[in-house]
Every structure is written in C-alpha cells, then in structure tokens.
Design a protein around this ligand. Structure first.
Ligand code: GDP
Ligand code: MG
Length: 440
C-alpha cells in the first residue's frame, strides 16, 4: 500500500526539527509512485516534485512546527495547486452541457446533476440529444424518473440539434437545463461537428467534460479536442467508486485550464458529490479521506439507526461488541459500499490494524454478508448477545435452522471475535489518540 509507506515516511520525520535532502527525496519518491499509479500525467508529477523539493529545502519552517508538519503542509499546498478548487456552480438558472466519449458516464451524470440541483431547490430538466446509441432515450428517461426531474427526448428523432432546440422549448419551465450529448468510441470528426452544432443552438453557460476515472493518458487528447470545439468549463470524474483514482482527469484540468466540478461515485442518481480538493488529494495519495468517509459512515449509520431506534453505534465503543452490533454494522457497511474501499479511506488502516488481521478476516463480500445475515436470523437473542458462549450443539442447530454449513456459522463467530479484538485495540487508545488519528 503506497499510501501507508508515504504515511510511514512522514511519520519518521515526526521527531525531526529539520529536514534534509535525503528525507525530501524519499517523500517525493513516494508521492511520485502514488500519483503515477493514480494515472497522473508524468509531466505534472515532475513539476510537482520539483516545487515540493524546492520549497521543502529552502523555506524556513514555521516556528514550532515539526519537519513532518512542514513537509505535509508543502505537499498539501502544492497538491491543491495541482488539482485546483472545485468549479463554481451558482445555484441559479443556467444551462449545462455534458460532453465526453461513449461510456464515460454522461447520461448517468446528467440525471445525477439534475437530482443534485433539485435537492438544492431548483427545478432542473434533462434534455437527451443522443440519437446515436440505441436505448439512450430509455436509459435517460428512466434515470430522470428515478431522480424525479423533468426530461425531454425524442425516441424517434434523428437530428440531435433539432432535439436540443425542441427540448429547450419544451422544458422552458425548468430553471436548470442539462443537455446530454452523444459520445463515440473515439473522437471522430462527425462527433465534434455534431457537438459544435448543439453548442451553438444550446449556448450553454457551462460545458462539462465527463471522464471515466480510469481514463489515464487518453485524457489529454480528449481534453484538447473538446476544449477547442466547445470550450470546457469543468471536468466531471465518474466511477470513482471503482479502483481507479482519477488522476488522468488532472491532465484534462490542466489542458483546459478548468477545474473539477463533480465526482461520480456509483450508478444511482444520488451517487454524486461536489468535488472537494482535500478528499481527492487524500485519495490520490492513498492517505485516507476521512471527511468523505465520515460523511458516508454517518449517513449509513443514520439510516441503519433509523430502522432500529434502540441501536446506537456509539454504544459499541462503550460496551461489548455483540453479534447484534456486528449485524447492524454489516447492514451499514452494505450501504457504504465495498468494505476494503471504506477501510482504504481511513487513515492508519492501510498499514495499520486491518493489515494485521489474516486476509480472510475481512472477506465480507456481499454474498458472505447475506449468508451471515441468514445465520444470525436463526440465532436466539441470548446467542446474539453472547456469541462467545455458543456451543457446538448450538452451532449445529443454527446451521440446520439457517440451511447453512456449520463451518460458515463458525466463520461468522470467528469473524465476530476478530472484530471484537480489533475494536478492543481501539478502546485501549485514549480519546486523544483516536482524535489525532482521525484528523490526520
Ligand atoms: P455515456 O455513454 O457517457 O452516456 O455513459 P452512461 O451514463 O451510459 O454510463 C456508462 C456506464 O457507466 C453505465 O453502465 C453506468 O451505469 C456506468 N456509470 C456511470 N457513472 C458511474 C459511476 O460513477 N460509478 C459506476 N460504478 N458506474 C457508473
Ligand atoms: Mg449517454
């Protein structure tokens, strides 16, 4: 895990008051590895490296700060300079056009942005102009229904420019117009011609380039072409819920002299976030994005709690960790997304506590979670409260009752035990330790 080695190197600097060239080189080397692996352009990485080295060695540290904090500050400031602030999106009437290659996530994002505006109290409408891809109309319509926003499209139309014109008229009551366009597998001149014509008719206040997080080096040419044809005012990175970290989008930001507007983090209309440099940088560096995590955890916990008013996640840190708590956590985890990704966002977890567990301890795939849930449904309250006292005879009964193998019941119990032990390590920490870890 690259993030944890960077974290380790930085932590090694904690005791030092001055940083030397070898320290800086080591930090920069690890940042380079993280960024290159996240698909950030080599040129951008080199430029950043030079600035960090230069500043770290030449700037006088602020009195009272450690070498580690000084380097962290410089790294963070330089990274913010690289990724930029989020694109300004005024909460007022406007027209936004989406551009990008096929499959990048435009149609999904159009509905997401509409949903986002509707949550801000504005009335949005999506206009679907893709006549190229079969099914584009139905897909857009369904997503807009899910987002509960106005939609215009023409299933039989074959002139995107005409659809755009009609769509703007038909949705005149809406305050925010989001125009979805067609993509192609590659940048072909007819795609560019088409989007230029739509651009002329729509005259958007903002054109956003939609990029798949996995884009990598291809971002450069796309950004240049779209910038030249329609002018890119901002970038959207989709599919950040996958493994790709979206570093390629920085190339696009750099090429278009724009910024990142939104992040797509899933397939449903709610899976959209405003870009926020802090979280994105943490993610790029693999250092844990606690802000995003805590929001997701909070939301998931709140939902889980809403279903069971007697359950308070905070009790886990106070009392004992029962199977009931584990069940609730699993439900909450299900809502948060893949477990390893969630853990990935917690500073300290990469090379920390979770890594000390055997690999399969955290093998909480969806299937397995479902099995565990079935098993727990076959357990008595007493067994749920005191899983450590469950006997072989009880295991046999539970397995029979839930239609699972005894082995799986045992796995559930041992996973609970491991989680319980892990939590006990946390409980052993003082509040200060915990807070410091969370702030990192
Ligand atoms: P378009 O061709 O640019 O309009 O792309 P679509 O909106 O049709 O998206 C292509 C595929 O990517 C669809 O299967 C979407 O569900 C999926 N997709 C879009 N955005 C995201 C995202 O943020 N996360 C994930 N996991 N999938 C996404
Ligand atoms: Mg589409």
């Amino acid at each position: 895990d690259l993030g944890s080695s960077l974290r380790g190197t930085l932590d090694d600097l904690r005791g030092k008051s001055r940083i030397d060239k070898a320290d800086v080189d080591e930090v920069v080397k690890q940042i380079q590895r993280s960024l290159l692996q996240a698909d950030v352009d080599v040129g951008l990485v080199m430029g950043l490296s030079d600035s960090i080295k230069d500043r770290a060695l030449n700037e006088e540290p602020v009195a009272g700060t450690t070498a580690r904090d000084q380097v962290l500050k410089i790294v963070y400031e330089e990274m913010v300079g690289l990724v930029g602030d989020s694109t300004e999106i005024p909460l007022e009437s406007q027209t936004i056009m989406l551009a990008g290659l096929q499959g990048s996530g435009k149609t999904t994002t159009a509905a997401k942005i509409a949903w986002w505006f509707s949550k801000k109290g504005l009335r949005p409408a999506v206009i679907q102009t893709d006549t190229f891809r079969p099914g584009a109309y139905d897909q857009a319509k369904q997503m807009c229904e899910r987002a509960e926003v106005d939609f215009y499209g023409d299933p039989d139309g074959n002139d995107p420019v005409e659809i755009a014109r009609e769509g703007l008229e038909a949705t005149a009551d809406a305050e925010v117009h989001i125009v979805d366009t067609a993509g192609r597998h590659a940048l072909e001149s007819d795609l560019i011609d088409e989007i230029e014509e739509i651009d002329t008719v729509v005259d958007p206040d903002l054109s956003l380039l939609v990029l798949d997080a996995a884009i990598g080096q291809g971002a450069k040419q796309q950004a240049q072409e779209f910038e030249e044809s329609i002018g890119v005012g901002g970038v959207i990175i989709t599919k950040l819920d996958g493994t790709a970290k979206g570093g390629g989008a920085l190339t696009a930001v750099n090429e278009t002299e724009s910024s990142i507007a939104f992040l797509g983090t899933g397939e449903t209309v709610q899976d959209i976030e405003r870009f926020e440099p802090n979280g994105f940088i943490s993610r790029l560096l693999g250092m844990g994005d606690l802000k995003q995590l805590s929001e997701r955890v909070e939301r998931a916990m709140a939902e889980t709690q809403a279903e069971d008013e007697d359950w308070d996640p905070e009790d886990i840190m106070k009392g004992s960790f029962t199977l009931k708590d584990m069940k609730k956590q699993m439900e909450a985890m299900n809502r948060m997304g893949p477990l390893d990704q969630v853990l990935d966002m917690i500073p300290g977890f990469g090379g920390g506590i979770m890594d000390q567990l055997p690999d399969d301890a955290m093998d909480t795939t969806q299937d397995r979670m479902r099995q565990f849930e079935v098993i727990m449904d076959s357990m008595t309250d007493e067994e749920m409260e005191n899983p450590q006292s469950v006997t072989s005879a009880q295991i046999e009964r539970i397995a029979r009752g839930s239609g699972t193998e005894e082995e799986t019941v045992r796995e559930l119990l041992s996973q609970h035990k491991m989680m319980d032990q892990t939590l006990n390590q946390f409980k052993g920490m003082g509040d200060g330790d915990m807070q410091r870890m969370m702030k990192k």
